[in-house]
Design a protein around this ligand. Structure first.
Ligand code: SAM
Ligand code: SF4
Length: 335
């Protein structure tokens, strides 16, 4: 294959166009959310993770292969030293339509304006509860006030869109879905509810028992709000509704109860440099080894990425009842 024969669009063997890359730039985090991490986490040593230069090289290569949207995530992306400079570099890539970020919000009060300057268009901020005691229980180390201040800072900066992400667990925060939607309405932002996914071994709750489906959340919300079906399709797994009389959209991400694989347009780059073809399967290629090979060229890297499209699975199959679950944590894969 010569340089001129590389496609300008990544297509998998099921004909799905892959134009969205999510990059986990660190496995570290200042929180320890119960559904995401064990309390006592061992993080990866520096040499095991991609350097900022390697992440940039891969981001640039993917954009040359037709990726138009990149989400930076983690772990908590904003705790990695040099994250802002990396965002600036990626945000300046010609051909990239959208640079977006997922964050727990803990650093936003100080960095929101710098993110906007780095060309970050939209931000997802995780917020599972408005109760400071429950917030501490769910994140183990987080402070609700800090995150609320971060949300306000992001609103003042004026991103194109701010969306809250809330993972709902039965008996922990399922009674808060209405309050969370009202909070989003008051702040004129959007919110998505996420069903917990069985990624990594967590030690403090039984996932099957904590499962609270999107359908239950919808039914709870229907008692307090009128949800109008939205025709808007983002190409992602969220199924959106508009709250009648407001600008707030409510999304439902339902990996268990609604399968969204047919329209999957994304791949993930883990912090260890594995290109993960599906969140719910282990199909991956090791891009770190490829780029660290002494004779690696732009060609060999592109070849590997194009070839990887052939092993993107058709669909995921999460099963909460059976072991083993996928033995990697969300912080390493980039949720
Ligand atoms: N630290 C950032 C944050 O919390 O937004 C970014 C990384 S976090 C892994 C990305 C998203 O994944 C968050 O919205 C989080 O709630 C979600 N998440 C983490 N573990 C999950 C799980 N087991 N099931 C479903 N969502 C999960
Ligand atoms: Fe950290 Fe985000 Fe995982 Fe919570 S969900 S522990 S904030 S990476």
């Amino acid at each position: 294959m010569t340089a001129t024969t590389f496609p300008t669009q990544l297509i998998d063997r099921f004909g799905r166009k892959v134009d969205y890359l999510r990059i986990s730039i660190t496995d570290r985090c200042d929180f320890r959310c119960v559904y995401c991490m064990a309390e006592d986490m061992t993080f990866l040593p520096r040499e095991a993770i991609l350097s900022l230069e390697e992440i940039y090289l891969l981001a640039k290569t993917f954009v040359e292969l037709g990726v138009t949207k990149i989400r930076i995530t983690g772990g908590e992306p904003l705790v990695r030293k040099g994250a802002l400079a990396l965002l600036e570099q990626i945000g300046a890539l010609a051909g990239l339509r959208e640079l977006v970020l997922t964050t727990n919000g803990s650093q936003l009060a100080t960095v929101a304006s710098k993110l906007k300057a780095a060309n970050v268009k939209r931000i997802n901020i995780s917020l599972d509860t408005l109760d400071p005691v429950k917030f501490k229980a769910m994140t183990r180390t987080g402070e609700l006030q800090q995150v609320l201040a971060g949300i306000d800072a992001a609103r003042e900066v004026g991103f194109e869109r701010i969306k809250l992400n809330a993972v709902i667990l039965k008996h922990r925060n399922h009674d808060e879905v209405g309050n969370l939607v009202q909070f989003a309405i008051d702040k004129k932002i959007d919110i998505s509810f996420i069903e917990e996914m069985p990624l990594g071994v967590v030690d403090k709750h039984d996932r099957a028992e904590a499962y609270y489906s999107s359908d239950l959340i919808r039914a709870d919300l229907a008692q307090r709000f009128t949800l109008l079906p939205s025709t808007q399709k983002t190409g992602g797994p969220s199924d959106y509704c508009l709250v009648s009389g407001t600008q707030t959209r409510v999304g439902f991400i339902s990996p268990h109860s609604h399968n969204f694989c047919a329209s999957c347009n994304r791949v993930r780059l883990t912090v260890e440099g594995r290109l993960l073809l599906c969140l719910g399967n282990d199909h991956a290629i090791d891009l770190k080894s490829i780029i660290r090979t002494p004779n690696a060229t732009e060609q060999t890297i592109k070849q590997a990425i194009v070839a990887a499209m052939e092993i993107k699975p058709e669909k995921h199959d999460f099963n909460l009842q059976e072991q083993p679950v996928i033995l990697r944590y969300m912080n390493m894969t980039g949720g």
